[in-house]
Design a protein around this ligand. Structure first.
Ligand code: 4UU
Length: 568
């Protein structure tokens, strides 16, 4: 394609907080009059100079409050978890942590105390940011991992109390920090800069329970530049100086919201309209109110729009130029139906994963092929492997996708086994196994497109969010009535997929009433896990869970069986 071979020069000595906002790194900073963050509820904005000041002041206030020293130890000694819905300050908090050579680990705001505790434990966080409404859950998790209560910091949320008794707020620390002497400017060597971890996001990868993914500053900068390079000529074609007013609805705790929405938008000088949760009418009203021109969503939102066209028509959505979807498959028929309803919009798709610090592919508006995930970004090398491990070079032939790119992450924290399985050294470099079944197809316009045809790995995607079967199986096995179990995805029109459990009842259970046992099993999951992990695909009792000779659950077999049954 036109982008192949484009040269990418990726800065490797710059922390994310200085990457674009600061002239010191030789790039023209973005105009001070721009507003990277706009609160979709209150309308409050954060302008470029405010963002810079808030990052600097928060870093200083935080350093004093929790005793962090920027040039002491490594980033793994200074880990903070951010447990909050999207706010106009979420990126400020991460960048303040980075300013101190620390590490930010964003957690999904829907998490239960148990899930948050897991993230605090694995990341070894010693500081926790949260919002007033989530404080009880945050404190329950914090107390279980001995996190100092003084290190729980409140981030203000529109519509919630502005403070919580006895807790520091982000505003307190910013005020405190404003009075403190300047911090040293961060300077890294090239080698250090390429290894400096910025974020610990969680992903289960191709198997097992969620793992902390080490995402470097360099990885994020690389992906931002890859996306930018891919899109700049389209933006130029619209009008010189074109800016996105983009929807900030996807969780900033997930790689999609974090990199492909937040970091790319700030880098380019776009505006992000920040919305903390999906309420369909609010979503439509925000598009109208803020004249949003770029929507970044997941397939279930596309489906909701298709099914509720009459409601959509009550709002003025004429500002929208394009809609981007990713994180889960968008069926070709749904895409076609949607595109015919919104024929003035460009319907685009991106494919990627946490382990590639987001995007691997993207759709060019000049070659929209509905159902395809688009073309490889420049800087990406891809391979397809057959189940036998031979390389596939033919078009229209499925295989597992392996990817080499500057955004491929450093690896999983403290998990050599998963690293060895997922990140493979080949003759032509280090590749990540995606666990996705993909075909390369030539588009009518003659470009090579990536079609995601199936998922090989265990992962379940509910509304674009990860659900790890192994995590649910571990939870189920704690239930006395469960002797053995396996969790698989079942197709769902709205959510994409839902988790379903096959359960072998324990001989020890007194009651024969399967329904009573089932309800009790469902309750256990509902108590321990966030809603998207609930067994909405059902619980089915079986006599045996199929396993390989080495004892691995044959989830694929169960999944195919279930697909067969549903087809009948
Ligand atoms: C079929 O979901 C993500 C990343 C989403 C993303 C990527 C590029 C959004 C916008 C963009 O431009 O990350 P994870 O780690 O939560 O989940 C990764 C998995 C993939 O391995 C694949 O199975 O999510 C699935 N997936 C997709 N599946 C991601 N994007 C797609 C897609 N079609 N377009």
């Amino acid at each position: 394609g036109p982008l192949a071979g484009s040269l990418l020069e990726i800065p490797d000595t710059v922390p994310l907080c200085d990457f674009r906002l600061d002239e010191r790194h030789g790039r023209r900073p973005i105009a001070e009059s721009l507003d990277p963050f706009v609160c979709g509820i209150s309308g409050r904005t954060v302008l470029v100079p405010q963002l810079k000041d808030r990052v600097d002041h928060l870093a200083k206030g935080l350093a004093q409050h929790v005793g962090w020293v920027a040039n002491d130890g490594t980033e793994f000694d200074k880990v903070a978890v951010i447990f909050a819905p999207n706010t106009i300050d979420t990126l400020t908090i991460s960048w303040a942590i980075h300013r101190l050579n620390g590490l930010s680990s964003p957690a999904n705001a829907v998490y239960s105390a148990e899930e948050l505790q897991y993230q605090l434990d694995i990341s070894r966080a010693t500081v926790l940011f949260t919002v007033p409404s989530l404080l009880p859950i945050a404190l329950r998790a914090a107390s279980k991992c001995n996190l100092n209560q003084d290190h729980v910091i409140i981030c203000e949320m529109p519509g919630e109390p502005q403070s919580s008794k006895g807790f520091r707020t982000v505003s307190n620390l910013i005020e405190q920090g404003a009075t403190l002497p300047e911090l040293d400017v961060l300077r890294w060597t090239k080698a250090q800069g390429r290894r400096q971890t910025a974020f610990l996001c969680f992903s289960s990868g191709t198997s097992g329970t969620p793992k902390a993914v080490m995402i470097s500053h360099y990885n994020v900068i690389a992906n931002v530049l890859q996306i930018q390079l891919f899109e700049q000529h389209m933006r130029d074609a619209i009008e010189p100086g074109y800016r996105d007013v983009t929807l900030g609805l996807m969780p900033f705790s997930h790689i999609y919201g974090l990199v492909a929405i937040c970091h790319i938008a700030v880098y380019r000088g776009d505006s992000i309209i920040v919305l903390p949760k999906f309420v369909f009418k609010d979503f439509l009203a925000s598009i109208e109110r803020f004249k949003i021109n770029t929507l970044s969503v997941v397939p279930p939102i596309i489906i909701t729009m298709v099914k509720n066209k009459a409601l959509c028509d009550q709002f003025n959505l004429t500002s929208v130029r394009q809609i981007m979807t990713g994180a889960a498959p968008l069926g070709q028929e749904t895409a076609q139906e949607f595109a015919s309803q919104y024929s003035n919009w460009v319907t685009r798709q991106g494919y990627g994963m946490t382990e590639t610090a987001t995007a691997v592919t993207n759709t060019s508006p000049f070659d929209v092929w509905l159902g395809s995930s688009g073309c490889l970004l420049s800087g990406v090398e891809a391979k397809l492997l057959s189940p036998e491990g031979t390389e596939i070079s033919a078009y229209n032939t499925p295989g597992e996708l392996l990817v080499k790119a500057p955004s491929v992450v450093l690896g999983y924290l403290n998990n050599p086994k998963a690293n060895a399985e997922t990140f493979v050294d080949m003759a032509d470099g280090r590749f990540v196994k995606t666990g996705d079944e993909v075909e390369f197809r030539k588009s009518p316009a003659g470009n090579e497109h990536v079609w995601v045809v199936d998922r090989i790995k265990e992962l379940i995607k509910v509304k674009g969010l990860q659900v790890a079967p192994a995590e649910l199986e571990a939870c189920l096995l704690e239930h006395l009535a469960v002797a053995d179990c396996a969790v698989i995805p079942v197709a769902d029109e709205r959510a994409g997929e839902l988790p379903k459990a096959f359960v072998v009842k324990s001989a020890a259970v007194a009651t024969d009433d399967e329904n009573v046992v089932k309800q009790s099993i469902l309750k256990r999951v509902e108590k321990a896990k966030s809603r998207h992990k609930w067994l909405a695909g059902g619980v089915e009792f079986v006599d045996i869970i199929p396993k390989s000779p080495s004892g691995k659950i044959l989830r694929r077999l169960l999944r195919d069986l279930e697909r067969e049954r549903r087809r009948d």
